[in-house]
Design a protein around this ligand. Structure first.
Ligand code: 13P
Ligand code: SF4
Length: 358
């Protein structure tokens, strides 16, 4: 039963004691979150993975790229487990290393590869945290950097201080929304479609004129939010504050009152005055938890029907119980390991990010 599973998790966790660290992303279901030592956004959890060197085992209740990042940033002795290996991220899967290498070489031919007279690189690669370790390593070895939705603005400033253009992958929306907020016109942000010849541009020189080249990836959860949903929320709750994640489309971000990472959304709701109404454009598990936590405020999801993250949801308590009981017996199941060369280069890009935004 559900209660038996919860009891198995509690017992295994208490027997493992300080040897175990459970990290839980905000989008996890409540039956998982209640066991996490730290709950946070992808940026906070990446830092948490570096902060407990005494824990032998990190169990990451999130998705695959987050567990990879924890492995890269933790000590070599620590193990990282993803309770269900099928918990991936469809956005992260929209850019693979072969496609990125191919885009890099074609863009190098179009934009040139020699630094300009001020010593700035022609293109700086920037990968969203929601990407494989191989893409982070690509950024590490090519003068690039990682960003999360908490620090994309600061990271892009870092990149533009070092390069004339940015190749941003895999999420076009985070890239576009952040660059627009920095004053870059849409005409200088062409898309790169990895499935089309030369990225799909009718005129390849568009890339040479660009400031920001956007990979054609997206989050299937956040792309579903619409301006109509925002209009409906405003009609139903006059004075409602609408806050959305930057993985939403530009039109949705423009129609909202605020945009930011999951950590920003949590803070905004905590700080909203009692009696206020807040409509949220992000994953439903987080929104429902916040609604329950603040019964004195009206907190609701812009679209309660279609927006759970199905892969985050794959971390069922049965997998967590199974993983912990195995770890207790010295059997590390579903271990996530990044090979040494990839980890070393990916760490360079992650550490650049942590320096920009500690
Ligand atoms: P955060 O970086 O805000 O945690 O978002 C991660 C994510 O997967 C959002 O879809
Ligand atoms: Fe990936 Fe979107 Fe799920 Fe985040 S919400 S893990 S970006 S699919």
């Amino acid at each position: 039963s559900d209660e038996e599973l919860q009891e198995r998790i509690r017992s295994a966790k208490s027997r493992l004691g300080s040897k175990l660290l459970i990290l839980g992303h905000f989008y996890q279901r409540d039956e998982i979150i209640c066991h996490a030592d730290y709950v946070g956004d992808s940026f906070q959890l990446a830092k948490n993975a570096t902060q407990c060197p005494d824990a032998d085992h990190i169990v990451f209740c999130g998705v695959h790229f987050m567990a990879e990042t924890a492995d890269i940033l933790s000590t070599p002795e620590q193990t990282v487990t993803l309770p269900n290996l099928s918990a991936g991220c469809s956005m992260a899967d929209m850019a693979n290393i072969d496609q990125v290498e191919e885009a890099w070489s074609q863009l190098g031919e179009i934009c040139g590869t020699k630094p300009d007279a001020d010593g700035r690189q022609q293109i700086i690669p920037v990968t969203y945290m929601n990407s494989s370790a191989a893409l982070k390593a690509f950024c590490g070895r090519n003068g690039g950097i990682v960003c999360t939705s908490s620090n994309a603005h600061a990271v892009l400033e870092w990149a533009f201080a070092r390069g004339k253009r940015v190749l941003f992958f895999p999420d076009q929306h985070l890239g576009r929304n952040t660059a627009r907020a920095m004053g870059i016109p849409l005409s200088e942000m062409p898309l790169w479609d990895p499935y089309k010849a030369q990225g799909g541009a009718t005129d390849p020189s568009d890339y040479a004129k660009a400031k920001m080249i956007l990979w054609k990836g997206f989050c299937s959860v956040h792309q579903r939010f619409t301006v109509e949903q925002i209009e409906k929320a405003r009609a139903a709750f006059p004075g409602v504050k609408v806050i959305v994640h930057p993985e939403c489309s530009m039109q949705v971000v423009d129609a909202a009152d605020g945009t930011g990472s999951t950590a920003y959304i949590v803070k905004e709701i905590a700080n909203a005055p009692a009696g206020s109404a807040i409509a949220v454009g992000t994953e439903i598990n987080l929104v429902n938890r916040l609604a329950a936590q603040y019964p004195d405020k009206t907190v609701f999801c812009l679209d309660p029907v279609v927006c759970p993250c199905s892969t985050m949801y794959r971390i069922h308590p049965a997998y967590l119980a199974w993983a912990l009981e195995n770890i207790e017996q010295g059997n590390i199941v579903n271990r996530i390991t990044v090979d040494d060369d990839t980890a070393r280069e990916a760490k360079v890009a992650l550490e650049r990010m942590l320096q920009v935004h500690p």
